[in-house]
Ligand binder design. Structure first.
Ligand SMILES: [Zn+2]
Length: 399
């Protein structure tokens, strides 16, 4: 860093970012938004046009005179893949470089058991979606991947043998890279949900946020001072394994009475099945709750209270402006958010409780895959370290 070319590269990325945010803009608008001079913007845009990343389109015609020329990213210049693994599903999305999702699919799958099998499915699905979107795999600039377990921030390997048993010690990003032939970035799923909700969803513009993902597992993504907080080794936000019952059921992590054994989707199904039949699914439970069924609503609200108890402690430590509730169960409606709110009010310090809003996420169960895409196309630092030039060179690399 520090050389003139580095600075120019950084400024090019600022222009790309501005176009990503706005969709299209004139050179003057980009100059105003970035604080770069008009001349600098003109030079940078010429570079980007030459690389085939930016194209000119006619802007809106005003009362008189020529319509101003607008710029936008050339959607065909590149594409990104997002891969979101849950414990029981994989969701893959293909987006162009303006973050528009072109194709997306979710497949039910036992992810925990075999990493190799799950990665094979994700890679095959990626190629299938690229074909459906009419995108040459050689144009993919990278993939982002989310995993439902802790990742060691020092080694990027999957940290816990108990939480993702078939993945322990695996360098998951490298494994997917080998299958797809493109650079892969990986993070914990709740961290990706936090990234997506704070850049595109309910927490847009917020700098201190706790994102809680409630699905077949429970985890939190922490955003502090506008940045994802991973902690020293990547465990930050693992609230699913906070002990809430001394003599509770044994958890997949090996402890007893973890929050997940009480408030995750499988735990809730367990308590509803005696009354609503052994074939009740998560979808069925959510439909019951949204339809006003008191039993389902009660179970979900209780889960919210249990989660809120753990979140209240986090609120004392982190003093966030919002708790954003995402994951599969966030589709349950108000019950889950109410339960969390109630416990935060009861157990957090009054000052911390007053400062925090508890909100339903806006991106639903797509948050994680959108976060995975954001890892690739939304982060200037990552794009910068990957270099913008590979966008063009990538076309020549066979996958
Ligand atoms: Zn546990």
């Amino acid at each position: 860093m520090g050389s003139l070319e580095d600075l120019r590269e950084l400024n090019r990325l600022r222009v790309v970012d501005e176009l990503r945010l706005r969709g299209s803009a004139s050179r003057g608008e980009i100059a105003a938004a970035t604080g770069l001079s008009r001349t600098t913007v003109t030079t940078l845009v010429a570079d980007l046009q030459q690389r085939g990343l930016v194209i000119e389109i006619p802007g809106e015609r005003h009362a008189r005179g020529r319509p101003p020329l607008h710029l936008r990213l050339d959607a065909l210049a590149g594409a990104a893949l997002g891969v979101d693994f849950g414990h029981r599903h994989v969701r893959v999305a293909v987006a162009d470089l303006s973050s528009t999702v072109l194709e997306e699919r979710r497949v039910e799958l036992d992810v925990d058991g075999s990493a190799a099998a799950a990665l094979d499915v994700a890679a095959a699905l990626s190629l299938e979606l690229l074909a459906r979107a009419g995108i040459d795999p050689a144009r993919v600039v990278g993939a982002g991947m989310g995993l439902p377990g802790p990742l060691d921030a020092r080694t990027a390997r999957v940290g816990s043998a108990m939480i993702l048993r078939g993945w322990a010690g695996l360098h998951a990003a490298r494994e997917l890279e080998r299958r797809l032939g493109v650079p892969v970035s990986v993070d914990n799923d709740a961290n990706l949900g936090a990234l997506a909700e704070t850049s595109l969803g309910a927490g847009r513009g917020m700098r201190d946020v706790i994102y809680v993902k409630v699905s077949s597992g429970i985890g939190a993504g922490l955003v502090a001072g506008g940045r994802l907080h991973h902690g020293a080794t990547g465990i930050a936000g693992e609230i699913g394994h906070v002990r809430v019952r001394e003599d509770g059921a044994v958890c997949r992590c090996g402890n007893r009475g973890c929050l997940e054994t009480v408030a995750s989707a499988p735990a809730l199904l367990e308590s509803l099945r005696p009354a609503y039949g052994s074939d009740l699914t998560v979808r069925g439970m959510l439909d019951l709750a949204v339809g006003g069924n008191l039993g389902a609503q009660r179970v979900i609200e209780d889960a919210g209270r249990a989660i809120g108890r753990a979140v209240a402690d986090l609120c004392n430590s982190l003093n966030p402006e919002a708790v954003i509730v995402g994951g599969e169960l966030s589709a349950a409606g108000a019950a889950l958010v109410h339960g969390i709110r109630e416990s935060v009010d009861r157990y957090a310090q009054p000052g911390a409780a007053e400062a925090v809003r508890v909100l339903a996420g806006r991106l639903g169960e797509r948050a994680e895959v959108l976060g995975a895409l954001t890892l690739v196309i939304g982060d200037t630092e990552r794009l910068s370290s990957a270099g913008l030039a590979p966008l063009r060179d990538a076309r020549a690399v066979p996958v």
